[in-house]
Ligand binder design. Sequence first.
Ligand SMILES: [Ca+2]
Length: 262
Amino acid sequence: MLVDVLFLCVYYFRFLEATTPMTTLPPTTPPPLNSFYTRYAASQHRQDKKLDVKPIAVVKDVSKVQCLGLCLQRQTGGKSKICRSFNYFSRICYMLNTYVCDGERDLTEAPGWSYYDLVDDFSKEAKFMVSKQCASKGKCSTKCLKFKLYKTPLSWQEAHAACREEQAYLAMPKNSHDHETLIMLMKKGNILQSWIGVRKRDGIFYYDSGGLLLANNTMWGPDQPNDSGGTQQCVQMMSEMDYLWNDFDCARPVGFVCQYVW
Ligand SMILES: [Ca+2]
C-alpha cells in the first residue's frame, strides 16, 4: 500500500516537473522531498482557476514544486500563518491560509492560474480526482464534505441508489455540526422527514458507506430505535422528534439528503 502511495506521488511529481519549466537557484531551499512524500501531496485541483482570497505570502520566480515546498515549510506556527493551499500564476506562488473545501468556497475562473492544495493521503486523492464533483467544482479532497437535500420522496434503497448515481452516500451525520447542517437543510426545504445513511443489517446499524454506527451516537429520538412493528430497518430524521433519529420502514417514501465526499 505504502509503495503504491509512494509510486503515485513520485509519478505525480514527475508529471508536475515535466510540465514546469526548469529554474535555476530557488530563492529558498524546499524541504527534502522524501520528508513529505509520505505525508502530503499537492493536488492540481484546477487549471485556469484560483481561490480568490488574500495570500499570506507571495514568492516570485519559483516553480510549482518549489511553491509546494515553500507551502510545506509553513506547516507550523500560528494558525493564521499556516499554508493550506496555493495559487500559482506566471511563476509566482501565492500561499493561502485556507482551501477550497473550507466552508462554501468555490474556485473562480482565472485564465493561466492554477490552484493546488495539500492533502494527507494521495491514494484517496487519486480516487476522487476522477469524480464528477472534482471535475466540475475542483473539490477533490476527502476532507471536503457537502450535503444536498432531495425533496422527491423515495424508499431508502431508491434514495441510496440516487446518491450513488452522483458518487455520494446518503448523509451520515457523525457530529452535532453535521446534524445541525441537515436540520437547516430540512427546514429550508420544508420537509418533515429525511432518510439518512444508516441502516440495520442482522440487528446491527451500519453507515451507508459500510462502517459500524458509532457506539456513542447520541442523535436517536426518545425511545428510538424501537423497531415498531418489527419492520424498521432504516433511519430517518423527523421534525416530529425535533429532527432526531427514528428507525423507520425502509419502503416508505420520504425525502433524503446525499453526502458528497470530495
Ligand atoms: Ca422507530
